[in-house]
Design a protein around this ligand. Structure first.
Ligand SMILES: [Zn+2]
Length: 226
């Protein structure tokens, strides 16, 4: 879930102001351009100028040996201690991105949910996740399901979970939101079952399997128990 959607809970009012700032919708765009500092128009040019890479298709089983971490301690052990990069004012040091994040090429363009006039062919994620995300999208493409991925709602973003005060898995660049317009938090959504399958094949947990108000069908994360 990109909690940029309206309705920040009052429970988050005690969070540092930086957290609240990060929940506003336009800042969801941060994931893919904050590392370069480019303005959006330049970003679009750069992102879309990348030729579609030829990525090896995946079989039904995962082609990597990275085990999804379970719980916060394992997430930190696997993907880095983000808390060491958070300043006293709640801001995330830019060094977090340079130390742990990288861009991965996408085999087909994704339309930005917050600006449908723009498409991207790269996205920023954790550097250990570049091949895994690429494998998922390659599988989607191989099975001609690109049309089922209507829009990209964000991958890396520094922010709390909407339903709690802990950091979202998006903060590590290990979660992605797709088709947010029709897969709002708490709804059943309309995520294609085969798209879900391809993410699960690579080790992702699907937010659509969560219960109650935390149900989040737009959301896939490479961790469990968090
Ligand atoms: Zn999400």
């Amino acid at each position: 879930m990109v909690p940029g959607a309206p309705g920040i809970s009052q429970a988050q009012s005690s969070l540092p102001s930086r957290f609240l700032d990060s929940v506003t919708f336009p800042l969801i765009a941060i994931p893919d351009d904050s590392s370069t500092g480019d303005d959006n128009s330049k970003l679009t040019t750069e992102e879309t100028s990348v030729k579609n890479p030829q990525i090896e298709s995946t079989d039904a089983t995962s082609g990597h040996d990275l085990t999804p971490p379970h719980g916060l301690d394992e997430i930190i052990a696997t993907f880095g201690n983000i808390y060491e990069y958070i300043g006293t004012g709640g801001q995330l040091a830019p060094r977090w991105q340079s130390d742990f994040l990288a861009k991965t090429s996408l085999p087909f363009p994704l339309r930005l949910a917050w600006d449908p006039s723009r498409v991207i062919t790269q996205m920023t994620c954790h550097r250990l996740m570049t091949g895994i995300f690429a494998s998922v999208f390659a599988a989607i493409q191989k099975n001609a399901l690109e049309s089922k991925v209507v829009s990209f709602g964000g991958c890396f973003a520094f922010r709390p979970q909407r339903t709690g005060s802990k950091l979202s898995a998006h903060s590590w660049g290990i979660a992605i939101d797709l088709n947010p317009g029709s897969n709002r938090q708490g709804s059943a959504g309309d995520m294609d079952a085969r798209v879900v399958e391809f993410f699960k094949n690579e080790g992702f947990e699907w937010g659509g399997d969560w219960k109650g108000k935390t149900r989040d069908p737009m959301h896939f994360q490479f961790c469990t128990g968090y």
